[in-house]
Design a protein around this ligand. Structure first.
Ligand code: ADP
Ligand code: GN1
Ligand code: MG
Length: 364
């Protein structure tokens, strides 16, 4: 982040904060936006300031409009249910000057939301938290299920379209812009061997057998805020909420939560599927989602874990071959380390596929 404290405070002056902002410090572990925790005069962290990555989210108006629709919709649902403490259960964004949903400083786009008090995000979960997370994302999807088609835009077109991601990968392999291909040919073959089997959703959609729904599309563990007692408070990071295939929202949680290692683990022996986490998430998720899922979708949920892990392998690998232009990296080979760790997780998910399919039988 290249902004000085004074510059950040000046950006914040365009939002109607309660109290005077005195500092804005980096916060969280996101790969895309820059997130800062804003402290006001009384020493309390009250707001989250985010610089939107407009190279990735190129249509900021659509992005913020989507988020506005989604948060308003969820708030209304929570009110109808008679929930209490709603400000900790849905994000609240502040309007900037001119009632806009962001502030543009001539170079960057900024947004501010309330920091959810006494909340915490995790990079790893227990089975108890995983069950809670399943309930939360299942409920999230079910609350948004009645948003009419066409209301939300695709903030990143083709975001979870596997055919499109493979095309980007093949373009990178073909161009080899920074000469990294020679060292990774074996892995390219592994990706290609699985390619056709990983594009089943797009095929079923064309055949009219699979529909699109509103999904979160980034159901990583750290996109959920928990309270002090380990209960889910709020689903956050709403940039990618858009129409897509339902497997996204189980797949990315399995990929991030049900991994015994880290997303970028250098020690591949650490990486593998954690079955109790998978089972707990699926139980929570199915409790909320079984009423609207088709039996085809239910039977495909374990495939969703493999698909999203494969997709992430392909995306990190593409970025590595392209010379690290998309994801923030912390050291030169970071994207290759991420690729190998995700691929190892995929192998483990493949080994556990039958066991996971058996687990789904109770809902079929
Ligand atoms: P990114 O798109 O970069 O992943 P996120 O919106 O997920 O950004 O924010 C990054 C981290 O900041 C989250 O994982 C969470 O720990 C924290 N965070 C974000 N918004 C809030 C909030 N409203 N209240 C409390 N913590 C938050
Ligand atoms: C990005 O911003 P973050 O860390 O929540 C990415 C996801 C990837 C993830 C991999 C807009 O999410 O799609 O799965 O990194 N978000 C975007 O960790 O590309
Ligand atoms: Mg995030």
């Amino acid at each position: 982040m290249v902004k000085t404290k004074e510059e950040l405070l000046s950006i914040l002056s365009h939002f109607p904060l309660e109290g005077k902002a005195i500092s804005a410090e980096p916060f969280g572990n996101g790969h895309i936006n820059d997130t800062l925790k804003v402290t006001t005069g009384n020493g309390e962290a009250k707001y989250i300031l985010q610089r939107i990555n407009h190279h990735i989210f190129t249509n900021v108006d659509m992005l913020q409009q989507n988020i506005h629709i989604v948060t308003r919709h969820i708030r209304r649902k929570l009110e109808e249910r008679g929930e209490t403490d709603i400000d900790r259960k849905v994000l609240t964004f502040l309007s900037a000057d001119d009632n806009k949903l962001y502030y543009f400083d001539g170079e960057n786009y900024w947004r501010v939301c309330l920091m959810i008090p006494r909340s915490k995000s995790y990079e790893e979960v227990t089975p108890e938290k995983s069950f809670e997370a399943g309930l939360a994302f299942g409920d999230f999807q079910s609350m948004l299920a009645d948003i009419p088609e066409g209301t939300l835009g695709e903030t990143i077109p083709n975001f979870h379209n596997m055919e499109f991601r493979l095309q980007q990968f093949r373009d990178a392999v073909e161009a080899d812009p920074v000469g990294r291909l020679a060292g990774v040919k074996g892995l390219v073959d592994e990706i290609e061997e699985r390619a056709k089997g990983m594009c089943i959703q797009e095929m079923l959609y064309r055949e009219g057998r699979l529909r699109k729904r509103v999904n979160h599309c980034d159901t990583k563990v750290n996109n959920i805020l928990f309270d002090e007692a380990g209960k889910v408070l709020c689903v956050i990071d709403l940039d990618t909420v858009m129409p897509g295939f339902v497997l996204s929202d189980i797949g990315d949680f399995i990929r991030t939560g049900a991994n015994t290692g880290a997303e970028d683990d250098k020690d591949l022996d650490n990486v593998g599927v954690n079955m109790p986490i998978f089972e707990a998430y699926t139980e929570g998720y199915m409790e909320k989602a079984k009423s609207f899922l088709t039996s085809l979708e239910i039977s495909m949920l374990p495939y969703g874990g493999r698909l999203l892990t494969y997709m992430q392998t392909v995306r990190f690998f593409t970025d590595y071959i392209n010379g690290d232009t998309y994801y923030k990296i912390h050291y030169p080979e970071h994207n290759l380390v991420r690729t190998k760790a995700q691929f190892k997780l995929l192998l483990s998910l493949e080994d556990h596929a039958a066991e996971m399919d058996n687990f789904m039988e109770q809902w079929l």
